[in-house]
Ligand binder design. Structure first.
Ligand code: ZN
Length: 419
């Protein structure tokens, strides 16, 4: 699952009480240490590879690769297995090579997704497979302490359920529905997550969990989740659009997450699309979020059905082909497509992945997004970009948050063998 994992910087926050597997403080590596790290990284990025594959990808000799693999086997970090049967493989080529993979249960990462109205927690093994997941509906916007306490409780429940010990943990990643100042780790959003302005959630969660914690914007984590595990695995330049209670974008450029100079890249939910439109929670007027969040779209139908509606009910109407519901979702798609067309002209992405609840609208949403990109982008850039729904659904953000931590596993495992 992790063959295209981007390189991500090592965690900044390190607790003195941290578990043995936590990312180590960087220090000079000897040649043997570097060789070990390169072999582990190669196996991590290409699970089920042969010794010859590793030698080719790392430039190390077959002998060095075999020596390091033997050492990793003795440390129970890797296991050998046969290649799956391939009916196209000629019988005359002899026995297929033995393949190497990391032992998935060697280490684990916690992913946490904190939206405006929910918390989702997952514990993933080294292969990125969730071994326990917890979810709770909660009003996040004005209650940072209560939210972080609940996230801690859910994480503990998931760890207990999966029988994962603190010593097996690499750390925890959090995706939060607000802009994060990467210089300070603080939430920088008076209106967007009102009670959280100035709060440093990574530091707060680190105190609760006792392990290293990294924090990022939730759309950035959705982008990483789809890049590592989902629709974006084969591309290097993609935009992930989250159409949820908050609207935002996560960028993957040149195979790497891009967060801008201070961590606030991708805030397309607060780009103006209707200069005389509704006042947004950010204080501006006519932001994309006021016309394309599921709540905003649902509100358009309430005066027709003459009762309060939920976004789930809106999507049920869309699935049933209700004309008004389809029109409301299509108009939201047109607005999203116009904003995406500006990004398409500037960044020339290969892929646009639509996530968040509204993505369940399918082609009723996606076709107007495509048409709007075609209409407003340069023809060459518009012709090259694919628009698709995410394949991870509402788990993109939490899996991306776990992937943020799993990316550090080769260095942590190499350090474990070294020590
Ligand atoms: Zn706004």
């Amino acid at each position: 699952m992790v063959d295209s994992l981007p390189n991500i910087a090592i965690v900044e926050l390190t607790s003195p009480s941290m578990a043995t597997l936590a990312p180590p403080v960087p220090h000079p590596l000897g040649l043997r240490d570097l060789n070990r790290l390169r072999v582990i990284e190669s196996i991590y990025r290409h699970p089920g590879c042969s010794r010859a594959d590793i030698a080719r990808r790392t430039g190390l000799s077959r002998g060095t690769v075999s020596t390091v693999a033997e050492e990793l086997g003795r440390a129970h970090l890797i296991h050998e297995h046969d290649a799956p049967d391939d009916p196209l493989r000629p019988r005359s080529t002899g026995r297929p090579p033995t393949l190497l993979s990391l032992v998935p249960g060697t280490a684990f990462a916690i992913g946490v997704d904190i939206g405006h109205r929910h918390i989702r927690v997952t514990v993933c093994d080294l292969a990125g497979e969730p071994v326990a997941e917890k979810w709770s509906r909660v009003n996040v916007d004005d209650a940072p302490s209560e939210t972080l306490d609940l996230a801690h409780q859910l994480a503990q429940q998931a760890l207990n359920e999966a029988a994962v010990t603190p010593g097996q943990l690499l750390g925890a990643g959090i995706g939060l529905a607000a802009p994060i100042d990467q210089r300070t780790g603080e939430v920088k959003a008076n209106g967007i997550l009102p009670g959280w302005h100035g709060v440093a959630p990574a530091s707060e969660m680190q105190d609760r969990l006792g392990i290293s914690v990294q924090l990022a914007n939730d759309a950035d984590m959705g982008a990483l989740g789809e890049k590592v595990f989902g629709a974006g695995r084969a591309v290097d330049d993609m935009i992930y659009i989250r159409l949820s209670a908050g609207v935002g974008a996560g960028l993957i450029l040149g195979g790497q997450p891009y967060r801008g100079g201070y961590g606030m890249a991708g805030e397309i939910g607060h780009v103006c699309v209707q200069p005389r439109g509704q006042i947004c929670r950010c204080g501006n007027r006519g932001c994309l979020e006021t016309v394309a969040s599921p709540v905003a779209v649902t509100r358009l139908l309430e005066h027709v059905v003459e009762r309060p509606m939920t976004p789930d009910q809106l999507l049920d109407l869309v699935a049933a082909g209700d004309r008004g519901a389809c029109r409301a979702v299509a108009d939201a798609g047109e607005a999203v497509g116009m904003v995406v067309s500006w990004i398409v002209n500037v960044l020339n992405p290969e892929l646009v992945v639509i996530g968040g609840e509204l993505a369940a609208g399918g082609d009723v949403l996606l076709d107007p997004i495509r048409a709007s990109i075609d209409r407003h982008s340069l023809p060459g850039a518009a012709a090259d970009v694919q628009v698709t729904a995410g394949v991870l659904g509402d788990r993109a953000e939490v899996l991306g948050a776990a992937a943020l931590i799993l990316a550090q596993s080769p260095l942590a495992l190499a350090e474990r063998v070294r020590s």
